[in-house]
Write a protein that binds this ligand. Structure first.
Ligand SMILES: CC(C)(COP(=O)(O)OP(=O)(O)OC[C@H]1O[C@@H](n2cnc3c(N)ncnc32)[C@H](O)[C@@H]1OP(=O)(O)O)[C@@H](O)C(=O)NCCC(=O)NCCS
Length: 174
């Protein structure tokens, strides 16, 4: 499958993106948010003449700590289950690394096991540590390391109770 990735922010011209967004409300929404609000950017995945996936991210600050919020990861329903999530998010992470602003990434896992598995497999091969808030009152200054197996266990029980876990991926600097 020929997949191409396009970086979009509120200043990019997007010749290969604009005309290829299929009528997918989620992808159109991500694109509009990026064009209207300058803190957002994202990566759009194109297959031939169709944009079939997108990420939406923003630089945020909480208690003086900078992080990249991975606000949305989306693959069109017809293209799910083909490991496209991994490459799409990987391109987003690489772009973030190039921007060199923050190595801390925050994700609220709202999409259950597929998005969790996708993230775990991306960060596994890279030098990132998985973290979560240590206390019930969310304090970004106090994060605790968590093993991937534990995040999976939490996700299994969250799914039954419709709770979303927040995870951080932090690049280790040696
Ligand atoms: C989340 C999403 C982007 C994942 O894309 P995808 O094409 O379905 O995922 P992939 O085919 O790349 O698979 C990702 C991983 O999840 C696993 N997976 C896929 N479906 C699964 C399921 N139903 N249960 C458990 N694991 C699953 C895959 O095996 C793969 O794991 P691996 O990398 O260890 O092989 C896509 O499902 C989506 O757009 N969902 C709706 C929006 C959403 O929920 N976004 C996340 C918000 S936090």
């Amino acid at each position: 499958m020929d997949a191409e990735f396009h970086y979009v922010n509120n200043r990019t011209l997007d010749e290969n993106v604009k005309t290829n967004i299929i009528i997918n409300p989620h992808i159109l929404h991500d694109y509009d948010v990026i064009k209207k609000r300058n803190k957002y950017w994202g990566i759009f995945l194109r297959h031939k003449n169709e944009i079939i996936g997108s990420t939406l991210v923003a630089h945020e600050k909480e208690d003086n700590i900078d992080f990249l919020l991975l606000a949305s990861v989306y693959i069109d329903e017809n293209y799910r289950g083909r490991n496209l999530c991994e490459e799409l998010v990987k391109q987003t992470i690489l772009k973030n690394e190039m921007r060199n602003k923050t190595n801390l990434i925050k994700v609220v896992i709202a999409g259950g096991m597929p998005i969790l598995q996708c993230l775990l497999s991306i960060f596994k091969g890279r030098d990132y540590t998985i973290k979560k808030y240590k206390t019930k009152v969310e304090n970004i200054q106090i994060l605790q390391n968590i093993r991937p197996e534990t995040a999976i266990k939490i996700e299994q029980s969250n799914y039954e109770n419709d709770i979303w876990q927040t995870l951080f991926f932090d690049k280790n600097d040696y």
